[in-house]
Write a protein that binds this ligand. Structure first.
Ligand code: HEC
Length: 150
């Protein structure tokens, strides 16, 4: 158990995973270092990265809404969605990889956007949603709430 991560995980433990946790996902096992058990549910490297992205995008949304020009530098880190270990590794297929690439292209467009940041932000979010509707419907509602209304 990596103690340091607990406060962070507890603070965001309200998130819904892809589906409802099944008895299968409650197995006690230590598959690898990238798997962590939180409230009896396994948390993989990919799930942790996704939560972090969600939290960071929620802050970005708030800042843009307040009228700030946001400068993020997350692209290199987010590229890990292409390689991070997932709860259901079979989901990481060619479709996933294509959608991950499209997301990263749009994320880079958002990071380099100067004006119309809200538009670039919403366009990037659309790529979160496309993948989620296909691969992981649980968080779709929460992601939709990140959209910036004009
Ligand atoms: C290419 C596909 C893809 C893209 C793009 C993507 N996700 Fe995910 N997301 C997933 C998959 C697959 C999981 C399940 C990860 C796991 O359980 O290992 C996930 C999990 C999550 C979770 C739940 C994490 C948890 O606690 O279990 C959240 C929240 C989330 N994503 C938010 C986002 C946001 C916000 C974006 C865009 C900024 C995004 N995702 C982009 C595929 C994607």
């Amino acid at each position: 158990m990596r103690r340091l991560k607990w406060p962070l995980l507890l603070a965001s433990s309200l998130f819904i995973a892809c589906g409802q946790p099944t008895s299968e996902s409650k197995r006690e096992e230590s598959r690898s270092d990238s798997v962590m058990v939180v409230n009896g549910v396994e948390r993989t490297e990919l799930a942790l990265l996704m939560r972090k992205m969600y939290d960071e995008m929620a802050l970005v949304k708030d800042s843009i809404k307040l009228g700030y020009t946001v400068k993020t530098n997350f692209l290199e880190e987010y590229k890990r969605i292409q390689t991070a270990h997932a709860t259901e590794p079979e989901k990481i297929d060619a479709t996933y990889k294509a959608m991950a690439e499209a997301f990263l292209i749009n994320y880079e467009m958002f990071e380099t956007s100067q004006d119309e940041q809200a538009k670039a932000f919403n366009g990037m979010l659309q790529n979160c949603l496309v993948c989620h509707e296909n691969k992981c419907p649980g968080p779709v509602k929460a992601i939709k709430k990140l959209r910036i209304k004009p």
